[in-house]
Design a protein around this ligand. Structure first.
Ligand code: MN
Length: 229
């Protein structure tokens, strides 16, 4: 056998409420424009033919309660408060009606976005990676198991910055529901335990500034917070 040339990094993980166990993060999938009012504020029409996705590296996970530096290479980093679905079992070509069995649980997430870089890429027809997939860009709260929360189909999702409400929506307004997303995404990937799905953000996204304190919540799921140094 051969040794590694350097120590491999450990896998990021998220605590599971009410247990001593942690959920190891595999891949991070994210859905674009999944609330109509947010698509409008981005100046885009909603595509009702199919959802679309981008990804973040598992290493971009940052746990709720953390303090992060203002991200490099941007002058317009935005918060996007989102419901996160934690996948608990392998899913490939699953039917919408069977998709709920693939849900391990839910978390609150913030899809941090370098909006200036995302728009530059978008307008040139280039990939979104620089705008979306960067260090500390996937903020996540502890996971609540679906056994604890029940299936999440509606309920308030909100985010405040320095105590002022910026985003205030309802999960019921998702254009593509969680089962629809799992069914669709599993046409293209063998979803695995440990995969996370950020399901899109309601309207009210906006810039963060050094010194800001972000706090969000989703009914039946929990709370999330982040401080920008
Ligand atoms: Mn997003």
């Amino acid at each position: 056998h051969k040794d590694f040339v350097f120590a491999p990094s450990s896998r990021p993980s998220v605590s599971v409420k009410g247990t001593d166990s942690r959920f190891p993060v595999n891949r991070i999938f994210c859905v674009g424009r999944n609330y109509e009012a947010h698509a409008q504020e981005m100046g885009m029409a909603v595509d009702r033919e199919a959802p679309f996705y981008f990804t973040k590296s598992a290493s971009s996970i940052v746990l709720s309660g953390s303090t992060i530096a203002y991200p490099p290479g941007t002058n317009n980093c935005h918060h996007e408060m989102e419901l996160v679905v934690a996948i608990g079992k392998t899913a490939f070509r699953v039917k919408i009606e069977d998709a709920p069995t693939n849900v391990f649980g839910y978390a609150c997430g913030i899809d941090m976005t370098r909006r200036d870089l995302q728009f530059k890429a978008r307008d040139k027809g280039r990939p979104w990676d620089l705008g979306k997939n960067f260090e500390n860009s996937a903020v996540i709260s502890p996971i609540v198991t679906v056994a604890e929360s029940g299936l999440i189909q509606s309920g308030s999702i909100s985010l405040s910055v320095n105590g002022e409400v910026r985003q205030d929506g309802d999960i019921n307004d998702l254009i593509w529901s969680v089962p629809e997303l799992i069914a669709d995404l599993s046409k293209y990937y063998h979803l695995q335990p440990g995969d996370l799905l950020y399901t899109g953000t309601p309207a009210g996204v906006g810039p963060i500034e050094p010194g800001d304190h972000l706090s969000g919540s989703i009914d039946q799921v929990g709370q999330i917070s982040l401080t920008v140094a």
